[in-house]
Design a protein around this ligand. Sequence first.
Ligand code: PNS
Length: 175
Amino acid sequence: MKKTIAIYPGSFDPLTNGHLDLIERGSKIFDELVVAILRNTEKQPLFSLQERRQMMEAMTEQWKNVRVDTFEGLMVDYATQVKASVVLRGIRAISDYEYELQMALMNRKLSPNLETVFMMPAEAYSYLSSRLVREIAQLGGSIAGLVPELVQQRLREKIDPALKFQTKKRAGKRR
Ligand code: PNS
């Protein structure tokens, strides 16, 4: 029987609990789900591609049909390369719709056999975005419950690099 491979593309800078919620939902309906992290060329991301990939791999290892990859260039070309027939995207509110519709229709024009499937994350994450998480963390607000503990730690280290040094020193002492 033919396997349905879906890709879930995004910047994931950083990943949030909303992304994980969608990945879990996607993993239940597709045979294989490839989380495809964009190597941003226009925007300067807070986390490097390697950092984003490492966090995503750590947080998705529980789902056996989910794998993490990175891509650059056109998303439709990447989809062809990994034999995906579906693009998974999350829609949180009406405000997402216009941009997502434009992107889905443009991708359909570029690759008519690639279907975009929209899923909604849990209501609790409907106001959550990576951009707000970055902003709140950089301004010293709490992001508990919005991102996994690992991401909270990495954000703290990004904002105060001295913390990373202290964590490493403590780990060294324990060895
Ligand atoms: O998490 P984001 O930033 O909303 O994800 C946007 C993403 C990565 C899905 C989109 O920017 C994308 O597909 N970029 C790759 C380049 C491309 O194919 N552009 C044409 C889109 S119609």
